[in-house]
Design a protein around this ligand. Structure first.
Ligand code: ATP
Length: 443
């Protein structure tokens, strides 16, 4: 973990938030490379969900959430963790995360602590008008169920996907970006007919494993944890957690839950007219019937399957898998990030052999401009005049190829391409660069 944290800071992936004022616990800022990697992860998810499936639609809902949403979802009553105080060290811990150094006799009885951030809305700060920062993106997907259904003429099964910030006042944020107070989630709510739920649940577990594999987190690195009944969230019929061996230990990367009809049932009006299977609170405020009519005209509350992944945890797992300290033949070592090319923050670096040669620099600039237009991601001109140093930097940040422009280029319109992983170099024509890079990135 220390090596990853150091790399992230050194190269500009991740910084401590508000660092110049001593930081703010549980928050991080993503730097120039971090924002690219993060966006690439999110884009890969969005493409695999929304663009590849005509039965899935996207959504971007508000972060500020009406308290009624979180009242009926159950978050006001149950979204809490038990916390204990250690009378010896004076620190507060989540009851299941007390460090070994604290003695049991020093700990207070566990108390429930709600994890939601509350904030004032409007100019009066007397607490009469407040909202929550959403603790998950899912709830506003449920409240928009009818809007999306009606505006897109979808039929069950169909899904709504969303990526966005979520906030949890974690008692003990820790392990770098693994457990933070402000993070992003990539959530799909996939609505199915009751009875088909188990089959869809199984198939989403498989699809999610394949997706992680395509991002460089192989199935062998993920352990499937079938959450035992006594540990299930109150709304869940079954949950499968994808557990990844993070540098600090085996922990949840993504959860895939069968949330039954709990959410739509909870947010629905006229609940008594619907045969809701879950145990829901009586809803006195909703103005929408969160149900559909089946072929015989019966009202049915769909079940929902929810694959929910954290962007930061994905980032950490992807980085951990890609990071390699490699021994070279000459006895030296290099740090290399073997990221899948579609995730690399920089897709290609174009390097003029001599920094002060205007002919070389102009040629490199033109190549950069042309490759940038392909829309594959960021291509940069690296005009440091030090090829060896540039290669080392781009190995460390995971750039799949470096393209060197030298004096031969001016004569025969070829460049040297250096491959990050094999370090092999070969000459290719400038005219072939576009198809070479496109193939590499889209593979
Ligand atoms: P944990 O048990 O680790 O607290 P959880 O089961 O509460 O996680 P969910 O509510 O299932 O998490 O949230 C879905 C996903 O959101 C998680 O799999 C994780 O990737 C991410 N996530 C949840 N809490 C955090 C956090 N505090 N920091 C970063 N990511 C988080």
């Amino acid at each position: 973990m220390d090596e990853l944290v150091a790399l992230c800071k050194r190269r500009g992936f991740i910084f401590q938030s508000s660092e110049i004022y001593g930081g703010l616990q549980g928050t991080y800022d993503f730097g120039p490379l971090g924002v690219e990697l993060k966006n690439n992860i999110k884009n890969a998810w969005w493409e695999s969900m929304v663009y590849e499936n005509d039965d899935i639609e996207g959504l971007d809902s508000s972060i500020l959430t009406n308290p009624l949403v979180l009242k009926y979802s159950g978050h006001e009553d149950t979204f809490s963790d038990p916390m204990v105080d250690c009378k010896s060290c004076g620190k507060r811990y989540r009851a299941d995360q007390v460090p070994k150094e604290c003695k049991v006799e020093d700990l207070t009885e566990p108390r429930q602590f709600n994890l939601m951030f509350k904030t004032n809305v409007g100019p009066i700060e007397d607490g009469s008008s407040y909202a929550y920062l959403r603790p998950e993106t899912a709830q506003q997907i449920f409240t928009n169920f009818k809007n999306v259904l009606d505006s897109t003429s979808k039929a069950i099964p169909f899904g709504i996907a969303q990526i966005g910030k979520a906030f949890r006042n974690e008692i003990t944020p820790r392990n770098f970006i693994f457990r933070v107070r402000e993070f992003e989630q990539m959530e799909l709510e996939y609505f199915v007919m009751p009875g088909n739920d188990e089959e869809f649940h199984d198939s989403w577990v498989q699809k999610r494993l394949e997706w992680w594999n395509n991002q460089g987190v192989p199935m062998e690195s993920i352990e499937i944890y079938d959450v035992p009944t006594e540990e299930l969230a109150h709304y869940s019929k079954k949950t499968v957690d994808l557990m990844y061996k993070f540098p600090h230990g085996l922990e949840e990367l993504e959860g895939i839950a069968n949330r039954t009809d709990f959410d739509l049932g909870s947010h629905s009006k006229k609940q008594k007219e619907l045969a809701i299977n879950s145990n829901v609170k009586e809803n006195k405020h909703s103005n929408s019937k969160m149900a559909i009519q089946d072929s015989s005209g019966e009202w049915v509350v769909p079940y929902v399957i929810e694959p929910s992944a954290g962007v930061e945890r994905g980032f950490l797992a992807i980085l951990n898998e890609a990071y390699l300290l490699e021994e070279l033949e000459d006895g030296k070592t290099r740090v290399v990030l073997k990221l899948k090319p579609h995730l690399s923050p920089v897709k290609a670096a174009v390097i003029p052999l001599k920094k002060n040669s205007s002919e070389l620099v102009d040629s490199a600039k033109q190549i950069k401009k042309d490759l940038q237009k392909l829309g594959l991601g960021r291509v940069i001109l690296e005009n440091t005049g030090n090829i060896g140093k540039s290669y080392r930097k781009h190995d460390e940040i995971g750039t799949p190829v470096c393209i060197t422009v030298d004096f031969e280029t001016l004569n025969d319109k070829t460049v040297t391409i250096r491959d990050r992983d094999s370090m092999d170099q070969k000459r290719i024509s400038i005219v072939d660069l576009s198809s070479y890079l496109t193939k590499l990135i889209n593979n």
